[in-house]
Write a protein that binds this ligand. Structure first.
Ligand code: BG6
Length: 494
């Protein structure tokens, strides 16, 4: 393991939810695992005019709440002594000169060698602005071995054009690709990182991981929650932008990529981006045939409001809260194997799962023995909840007849590895501090993802949905999504 360099994490948006619920608790967990550098500091920046003392006690409460238990006093003291606050207006170029002076001061005090990790936990409108002003104050230029890195949260762009523009703006602010860390919190999940280990640390799966043996792959990211308090953001985004273009494409690339020549960041990212480039461009006809959108209506209980009744949502909104699509990956490994993706809010169960369904045996000998229902082998990677991996296969039921039953070999993370308190941001923060970009999106991958979804967004814009809301809260989404997969004689797993 590398030891992170001495550094200061500068959090823009320090009064926000992300800082309270994820970032500071992740720092605490890293400290607990001795994974923070000794020379280290955090500078939180936000608008409220408070001082270090108030910020510290506020953060202490937030971390305590996230941990769900009293903090270790020694450990918290260690963090608190390194925790600072500055208030300012991110849109005011003058503020960045003050910031520079403050950082120089903290650098001396904590011996952090001029290494700064700027974390933009702010609304997306500021993703371009902050780096521009940082560059104006000469804070993005790396010098004398001092590194400068910028971590950007999602959503990265609103469409293909805005994503390309944002990339161009970051580069115009003097940042090169090795300084930009585009975060996707799905990559912080152990179960997502494990896909790589599962595929490339085992000998038995890779030979059958292709069109000769795989019938199809289905990926589900189902949530039971609605849009909660995020109506203003979500109504402009929708499921395709919010989940498919980033999180689901990430899962797709991990499942479908070729083995990289090494686990160095660019070797891995080269293979991932090829998967997205191999998806044929959707025509309008493809969108009509292979993509389904939905919006939730009310559910059986009074708290299950229709999407259009949610706070800060347009009562005539045509934003989709559900999307399902069938796509192809046109390369030698996957040609002809459909990948079905579906995601939605207010569905029946919370489940993120990737299921690889294998072809049936070439000759169904058991049919002659009266077995009608042949069941395929399914390998299910359960990302959350109930994290684990299972393999379904057929077994003979005891007795004098040839009766088959589907049984499961099941691996559960919890049983094998126990549960560590984790926010999912520990690895991401640690990797950003040691300069490992493997788990962060490279520019071409983000743009390739938008290239796939852009024709769908365009087609949808041209023909608004006539039937929204088209699924009841608490169900598995619109009936058309079932038809989409049933057309290929397949079924969603429920
Ligand atoms: C976020 C989306 O990126 O991911 C949310 O903006 C969604 O709409 C969330 O609820 C899901 O994350 P997780 O980790 O709960 O699956």
């Amino acid at each position: 393991m590398s030891n992170p360099d001495p550094s200061i994490i500068v959090i823009f948006g320090a009064s926000g939810d992300l800082t309270r619920r994820k970032l500071l608790p992740a720092v605490y967990n890293l400290a607990e695992s001795h994974l923070l550098p000794e020379a280290f500091a955090i500078l939180g920046i936000a608008r409220p005019p408070i001082d270090d003392t108030v910020f510290r006690s506020d953060m202490r409460k937030a971390v305590e709440q996230a941990e769900g238990e009293p903090l270790d006093p020694g450990l918290w003291r260690h963090i608190e002594e390194r925790l600072h606050y500055a208030h300012g207006d991110f849109q005011d170029p003058g503020f960045y000169e003050q910031l520079k002076a403050r950082l120089a001061d903290l650098d001396k005090r904590h011996q952090t060698a001029g290494n700064y990790l700027f974390y933009l936990a702010v609304p997306p409108e500021l993703f371009g602005t902050i780096p521009k002003y940082l560059a104006g104050a000469d804070l993005t230029r790396e010098q004398d071995h001092a590194w400068r890195r910028v971590v950007i949260e999602k959503p990265f762009g609103y469409d293909l054009e805005s994503a390309c523009k944002l990339n161009a703006n970051l580069h115009a602010a003097g940042l090169n690709e090795s300084q930009i860390y585009r975060i996707d919190h799905y990559l912080g999940k152990e179960t997502v990182q494990n896909i790589r280990a599962f595929r490339f640390a085992n000998g038995i799966f890779e030979p059958i991981w292709n069109r000769r043996y795989v019938d199809h792959v289905q990926m589900t990211v189902a949530e039971t929650v609605g849009v909660e308090q995020r109506g203003a953001y979500y109504d402009r985004a929708g499921a395709l932008r919010d989940m498919v273009q980033n999180h689901m494409f990430l899962l797709l690339t991990l499942v479908a990529m070729e083995p990289p020549i090494s686990f160095r960041a660019d070797d891995v990212r080269d293979e991932k981006v090829k998967v997205l480039h191999a998806i044929p461009k959707f025509t309008d006809a493809d969108v009509g045939r292979a993509v389904v959108r939905g919006q939730y209506g009310r559910g059986p209980t009074p708290d299950m409001r229709a999407y259009r009744e949610e706070p800060k949502v347009d009562p005539h909104s045509t934003t989709e809260t559900f999307a399902a699509l069938e796509l192809q990956i046109e390369n030698w490994r996957w040609a002809g194997v459909p990948f079905y993706l579906r995601t939605g809010k207010r569905l029946e169960r919370r489940a993120t799962e990737i299921a690889v369904q294998f072809k049936l045996p070439p000759l169904l000998l058991f049919r002659k023995a009266g077995v009608r229902d042949a069941r395929p082998n399914v390998l299910a990677l359960r990302i959350q909840p109930d994290e684990g991996i299972s393999l379904e296969f057929q077994a003979k039921e005891p007795g004098p007849f040839d009766h088959l039953g589907t049984v499961k070999m099941d691996f559960s993370y919890l049983d094998y590895f126990g549960a560590e308190p984790s926010t999912g941001y520990e690895t991401l923060l640690y990797d950003a501090m040691i300069g490992d970009q493997t788990l962060f999106h490279r520019m071409d991958m983000v743009e390739a993802g938008w290239q796939v979804v852009q024709p769908i967004l365009d087609a949808w814009r041209r023909s608004p949905p006539p039937d929204f809301p088209n699924y009841e809260s608490g169900t598995w989404g619109p009936a058309e999504a079932d038809l989409l997969i049933e057309r290929g004689d397949r079924q969603w797993r429920s």
